[in-house]
Design a protein around this ligand. Sequence first.
Ligand code: ATP
Length: 353
Amino acid sequence: MAFLELANLKKSFGATQVVHDFNMQIEKGEFISFLGPSGCGKTTVLRMIAGFETPSAGRIAIGGKEQNNLKPNKRNIGMVFQAYALFPNMTVHDNVAFGLKVAGEQATEIDQRVKEMLGLIKLDHLADRYPYQLSGGQQQRVALARALAVRPQVLLLDEPLSALDAKIRVSLREEIRAIQQKLGITTVFVTHDQEEALSISDRIVVMNAGRADQIGTPFEIYNTPATRFVASFVGTLNMIEAKVVDPAVNRIQIGDQGVTLKQSVAAFKAGDTVSLALRPEAGSLAESAPCDTKLTGQVVSAHFLGSVIRTRMNVGGNVISFDMFNSPGVTPPQAGETVTLRFMAADLLVIRD
Ligand code: ATP
C-alpha cells in the first residue's frame, strides 16, 4: 500500500473545476514534484493534502489513514511556502521551536531538537538572529527547519525556491534533496521549473489544466513524453508533423522522405497526420554518428554558442533544431546549405495530443 494516496481528487471553485480526477500513489520516502505552468492546479492539490482546501470529491490517505476530515494541524504535515513565512518578531531559534512549543514539548527536548534542525540546515551560528537579518536563502532554510522540527509524516514544499536568485536556487535545491534523503521523509514539491523537477525528483507529475498528463521518473518524463503537452513543457523538443504511409509496418513520411518508426502507428490510417518528437541531442551531422535513419534538409540558421553550434534545418516544412558540439575542425554550416541529419529511429517518438 502506498504511503500517501490521492484517489479521484476533484476540486471546483464555484462553477469552475480546477482539479479533475487526480490519482497518485506515493511511496514512503519518495520525493515527488508537481510540475506544470501557472494555474494548472499544482498548489490546489498540495493545499488539499495539507487540509487548507476541502476536496469536492476524492480521498486523501496517509499511512492508510483517511485525512479528509482532519484539520490541517491534525495531519502531521510540514509545509514550506514560496514567500518566507517566518515570524518576523521571533529569532531563528524561536521560529524553529514554534511548532514544538505548540505541541507542548518539554523545554530541554525543544532545545535539543532546534539544535539538531539548525545543524541540519547549517545555521547553528545564526540561532539568535531575526528573519530580517537573514538572506532569502537562509530564511527558506529556517522555514524548512521549522517545518521539519515537528517530525512530520509528509513534507510539502510550494515553490520554495522561486523567490531566490538563480545561483542560490540551485544550491538550495540540492541541499533540500540531501536533507530529504537523509531523513527519508515523503515529500511533495511544487514547481514550474522543469530543470528543478528533473534534477531532484524520484518521480514527476506533469500537470496540465488540472490533470496529471504523465507521472514518471525524470528519465521517463524527459525521454518518453506521453503527450504533446509534456513534450513541449519539459525541455526543448522538435515537434515534427508526418504522414502515415503504411501503418502495418510503421512507415511514415516527413516531407517527401520515408522513415520506418520503431513505435507503432497501427492506430492510424494511411494518409493520417501523426505528431513526432525528436530531442535536439538525438541528431548529428557527423558521418560517423551511429544511425539507422537519415533526413536531408536545408540549413535555416546556425548560431555559435561556445560549446555547441545550435543549428536549425528545414525538412519538408518542419524546422528541426539540433546542437553540433564544438571541437577542432567543426565549422558551422551555412544557411541554405543541404545537410543530412543522422539519428536512430527509436529516438523519433509518436506523441499523442
Ligand atoms: P501557480 O504556479 O501560478 O501557483 P498553480 O498550478 O499552483 O499555479 P493553482 O494555484 O492550484 O495553480 O490554481 C489553479 C486554478 O484554480 C487557477 O485557475 C486559479 O485561479 C484557481 N483558484 C485557485 N484558488 C482559488 C480560489 N480560492 N478561488 C477561486 N479560484 C481559485
